[in-house]
Write a protein that binds this ligand. Structure first.
Ligand SMILES: CC(=O)CC(=O)SCCNC(=O)CCNC(=O)[C@H](O)C(C)(C)COP(=O)(O)OP(=O)(O)OC[C@H]1O[C@@H](n2cnc3c(N)ncnc32)[C@H](O)[C@@H]1OP(=O)(O)O
Length: 286
């Protein structure tokens, strides 16, 4: 039961990245967005990323054309009916994801099809429970930018079958050529449990006026060899996403370090979402 037909729900930062990863691995991909405009924007995002890879000499123009041929962007969830695997990468909102899993569980035609979530923090077991196919539901968590980052976290829930986990291990390592690690179904999994308190601490430091954004980031880039500082990384991930993950982790563990600081709330409320909105801790060209 190899996976040849991939579905992706959501064509934002992560959904478009996962679409690109799947299409570049030779899979047929159907990516679903909320409406036609959003589907068009997702298509533009994937094409722009492929063109960038072409400019850098990593793909030929023919590769780009062939990769785009393999992807369909649509606003129709029913287009996912024949998929072997659907990865949900909608916004990090529990109610949205529960609604999607309820619907997707009844749309998928094959009994073997796997339903995965790219969530960072929402309990996988709950998504499985509403889907009506809990044994074939698990977390498959990519990192941003998905085409570059080699890690994928695999999160089986209490109800995921060993066969489903095994299939996803093979899919991630052999089909996508990425490195899987396994984590327990607890908010944050491995990476965000370590990363999010670090990002929120940097935001608290900025909020307290302890140091400038540029100096906080330079501290970690030049002093610790990180590829980017915590505030630039929060901007890359999306401040709404960082906030949502912090909220879920705080709800799960009641650990104050996971609780988003007020400045992050205010920035999200103001629409300052980081790179994707053109402004976060830094301004960006869009
Ligand atoms: C919140 C969650 O749930 C989980 C998460 O995602 S946590 C976030 C995890 N991500 C990180 O920590 C990112 C840390 N940052 C980095 O690794 C690097 O800064 C970066 C890869 C983003 C950019 O690297 P850089 O060296 O500064 O920039 P740049 O030279 O432009 O890019 C490096 C390579 O990545 C590629 N790249 C960068 N951004 C890309 C994108 N969005 N899509 C595709 N490729 C991209 C470039 O094409 C380039 O490839 P080559 O070297 O093969 O030419």
């Amino acid at each position: 039961m190899t996976i040849a037909r991939l579905g992706v729900v959501g064509g934002g930062l992560m959904g478009s990245g996962i679409t690109e990863v799947g299409a570049r691995a030779g899979l047929s991909v159907v990516t679903v967005e909320v409406d036609d405009d959003a589907a068009k924007r997702a298509a533009e995002r994937v094409e722009a990323s492929l063109r960038k890879a072409e400019q850098r000499g990593k793909l030929t123009a023919d590769d780009v054309a062939a990769t785009l041929e393999r992807v369909t962007f649509t606003a129709d969830l029913e287009a996912l009916a024949d998929r072997d695997l659907v990865v949900e990468a909608a916004s990090e909102d529990e109610r949205t994801k529960l609604d999607l899993f309820r619907t997707l569980g009844s749309i998928l035609e094959s009994d073997d099809a796997v339903l995965a979530s790219n969530t960072s923090s929402i309990p996988i077991v709950k998504l499985g429970a509403v889907s009506g196919r809990a044994d074939r539901v698990m977390g498959v968590h990519f990192f941003n930018p998905a085409p570059v980052m080699r890690l994928v976290e695999l999160i089986p829930s209490l109800t995921t079958s060993p066969e489903t986990l095994q299939r996803m291990q093979t899919f991630v390592s052999e089909t996508l050529g990425k490195e899987p690690i396994e984590a327990t179904d607890r908010a944050g999994f491995v990476v965000n449990s370590l990363l999010v308190p670090y990002l929120l601490s940097a935001i608290r430091m900025y909020e307290a006026g302890y140091a400038s954004a540029a100096d906080i980031d330079s501290g970690m880039v030049l002093g610790c060899g990180h590829p980017m500082g915590p505030l630039a990384l929060a901007d890359l991930i999306g401040l709404d996403t960082v906030r949502a993950i912090g909220v879920s982790m705080y709800e799960e563990f009641k650990e104050p370090l996971y609780s988003p600081p007020p400045v992050l709330d205010r920035m999200v409320e103001a629409g300052l979402l980081g790179k994707k909105s053109g402004h976060g801790f830094y301004p960006y060209d869009r």
